[in-house]
Design a protein around this ligand. Sequence first.
Ligand code: 5GP
Ligand code: MG
Length: 189
Amino acid sequence: MLQDLERILFPEEAIVRAVDSLATRVTESFHGTEFTVVAVLKGSCIFAADLVRRLPLPMELGFAAAESYRTGTLPGELEITCFPREEEVRGREVLLVDDILDSGRTLDVLRRKLLGWGAARVRTCVLLDKPARRVVPLQADFRCFEIEDVFAVGYGLDFAGRYRNLPYVAELREEVYAAAGRVRTEARP
Ligand code: 5GP
Ligand code: MG
């Protein structure tokens, strides 16, 4: 598995420091509100688990998932495959947590849905932000790191279902995409 990696982008210690600092900002912003952390599956599971354990506030935890249509003809069309429960969202502040903000489509769609389900306010939070690839004009309210246009894996992020369990974030080697028969820009789910 390690031979598939080009280089480490963020080692474990850097992630710990960044999540500590993020947790302080989130705590200040959500203090005194009724709020729910909605983690986007599967990529944000490790990030969200580390973040919520650093929030010394009453809160609820919900989950959502959105996948690109595999057989559809409309590019960028997303299907929501997991929903938070209504009582976790209605009338509450939401912190929507994802692993990476890339084109922005996932968080844009989920943000609108959460507001449609009655969330009082939705703020977004990501581990990684790749502004060079943005299609939808969306900025994360909270983020840990900005990265250039490389394909990142580890700490929850996968390629073809693998590498999520790496304790750091690394750049995947291009040969791995080639071996999978996909070009780089198509490798994103
Ligand atoms: P967006 O909807 O913003 O284009 O993309 C968000 C999703 O695309 C992320 O939740 C993630 O699943 C996937 N993604 C985008 N860039 C990367 C990347 O560099 N590495 C991995 N592993 N997934 C990515
Ligand atoms: Mg994802």
